[in-house]
Design a binder for this molecule. Structure first.
Ligand SMILES: Nc1nc2c([nH]c(=O)n2[C@H]2C[C@H](O)[C@@H](COP(=O)(O)OP(=O)(O)OP(=O)(O)O)O2)c(=O)[nH]1
Ligand SMILES: [Mg+2]
Length: 138
């Protein structure tokens, strides 16, 4: 019996930011990167020495320029997806409260999207199972 070689697990944290109109923030991945142009939830890799929450707070500051205390983050769901060269494990948090106006500091664009419209935006394959969960929740 042969088994497929194990792929490294990459831990990425992301957040569904929800505005007062119940819309969710999607961010368009930059040019020149893997999956450029696809729409994702802001976030990024958990670095050595970080907790998932501290990594997410750092990423939201770097990518969007917003400040979000850990108490404003609630766990929503997660993605688990086999990419070609790694396995993505991505906890998805949700928040309705932060300080500052999100700006596309590291993205091509940002978009506030209604739950019913989420499928109009092409997302990474790992994110597709998250859409109905978010739609049920919103
Ligand atoms: N942030 C985020 N990443 C996602 C989503 N869906 C998905 O498959 N990913 C994948 C894409 C990447 O392989 C990985 C995130 O890596 P990244 O390169 O953007 O990480 P990062 O923000 O830490 O950026 P960098 O330090 O590499 O510049 O997770 C999502 O909804 N949000
Ligand atoms: Mg990122």
């Amino acid at each position: 019996m042969t088994t497929a070689p194990a792929k490294p697990i990459k831990l990425v944290v992301a957040c569904a930011l929800i505005d007062a109109d119940n819309r969710v923030l999607l961010a368009q991945r930059p040019e020149g990167r893997k999956m450029a142009g696809l729409w994702e939830f802001p976030g990024g890799k958990v670095e050595q020495g970080e907790t998932p929450e501290s990594a997410l707070i750092r990423e939201l500051e770097e990518e969007l320029g917003i400040t979000l205390p850990a108490r404003c983050l609630a766990p929503l769901t997660f993605a688990s997806h086999a990419y070609e060269d790694f396995h993505l494990l991505m906890p998805l948090y949700i928040s309705r409260t932060w300080e500052g106006d999100p700006e596309p500091l590291e993205f091509q664009a940002l978009k506030w999207v209604r739950a019913a419209r989420l499928r109009d935006y092409e997302m990474p394959p790992a994110d597709l199972p998250l859409i109905p969960i978010l739609q049920d929740w919103l």
